[in-house]
Design a protein around this ligand. Structure first.
Ligand code: GDP
Ligand code: MG
Length: 328
């Protein structure tokens, strides 16, 4: 079964191998991915509730994710995880680590959860174009809750957080951790805070710091709740799950969900525009630089860049001329 439609039918019938292959197709973003995207346009399933979980390496995101899978599957839900890890999938270590911590959960509800790791690098159009189609595949396969785990250290990770309906920011007790989270821009993206490793000293200080920062933030319809958790023991996980569900209900009751999804669709298309334009630009960059080197008068970088863009526009090249895939 190499046919995309057959794979999709199989994934809908709960064939995990087929689902894995569809995720690979979506992630690679080749011609098959466009066939898949067209098929998914008619998918009858509602969009998945996407929960982003982010925070510094070692904060306990994977352990908390495992707990949330356990809570979700125990309540009869189907839960999928996309774990975005900055290390290469071939280095093994981090992914192995995630697998180890999640494995008991998978074994406890093997047919109701699905976990997939992906690298932050090596995607043609970046994560911003790779992750949303993967989420749609999971929704089509009946996973109504998709947790996206990212390391909150860079712009790529913040962008991924913007894909989520609900973003959990995980901080740990310790000097200035809440303040660091604030500096890293995590405060603005948080819908729910988890102060994890609350078995360690300083948890109540971290809660107080966060509440204080939230007091100073501009008032809005949703104030992010601050939950204390001990992921390794499962303490506070029920409260965290309730906070996430309360946020989902808040989004549904207000117009915020529609607005978020519109912003999300926009940034997905925008990332694709960027990718398509860069592919065209890269093809012309070398010759533009060679031309410049032959000029007697030196040219500024901006002038060269504009020359490259002009050649793209002037060439009148249409994407349909280049498109390998034609709709059947
Ligand atoms: N003491 C303590 N350790 C924890 C807690 N949660 C996670 N850990 C440990 O912290 C380490 C990193 O956890 P992990 O879930 O991989 O963090 P991630 O990098 O954010 O995904 C592991 O050794 C966990 O067992 C907690 O609540 N308390
Ligand atoms: Mg992790």
């Amino acid at each position: 079964v190499s046919d995309v439609a057959e794979l999709l039918d199989a994934a809908r019938r709960d064939d995990r191998r087929a689902l894995g292959r569809l995720l690979t197709i979506a992630e690679r973003d080749g011609d098959d991915a466009e066939v898949l995207a067209e098929l998914l346009l008619a998918d009858p399933n509602p969009p998945a509730h996407v929960v982003g979980i982010t925070g510094a390496p070692g904060a306990g995101k994977s352990t908390l994710t495992g707990r949330m899978i356990a809570a979700g599957t125990a309540a009869g839900r189907r839960v999928a995880v996309l774990a975005v890890d900055p290390s290469s999938p071939f280095s093994g270590g981090a992914i192995l680590g995630d697998r180890i911590r999640m494995d008991p959960v998978v074994e406890s509800a093997p047919d109701r959860c699905f976990i997939r790791s992906l690298a932050t690098r090596g995607h043609l159009g970046g994560l911003a174009t790779a992750v949303p189609p993967m989420i749609r595949v999971l929704a089509a396969a009946g996973y109504g809750l998709v947790i996206v785990e990212t390391v909150g250290v860079g712009q790529a990770e913040l962008d991924i957080a913007s894909l989520a309906d609900t973003t959990i920011v995980v901080v740990t007790p310790g000097w200035g951790d809440a303040i660091q989270a604030n500096k890293a821009g995590l405060l603005e993206i948080a819908d729910v805070f988890a102060v994890n490793k609350a078995d360690r000293p300083g948890a109540s200080d971290a809660v107080r710091d966060l509440e204080h920062m939230l007091d100073l933030a501009p008032a809005s319809a949703w104030r992010p709740p601050v939950c204390c958790t001990v992921a390794t023991q499962g303490d506070g996980v029920d409260e965290l799950v309730r906070a996430v569900e309360a946020h989902r209900d808040h989004l549904e009751a207000s117009d915020a969900r529609r607005a978020r999804r519109a912003a999300r669709d926009r940034s997905e298309v925008r990332a694709r525009v960027e990718h398509e334009l860069m592919a065209l630009a890269d093809a012309r960059l070398e010759s533009a630089l060679v031309d410049e080197a032959h000029d007697d008068v030196p040219t500024t970088p901006r002038a060269i860049a504009r020359r490259v863009v002009s050649t793209i526009v002037d060439s009148g090249e249409r994407w349909s001329d280049r498109q390998a895939h034609q709709t059947p």
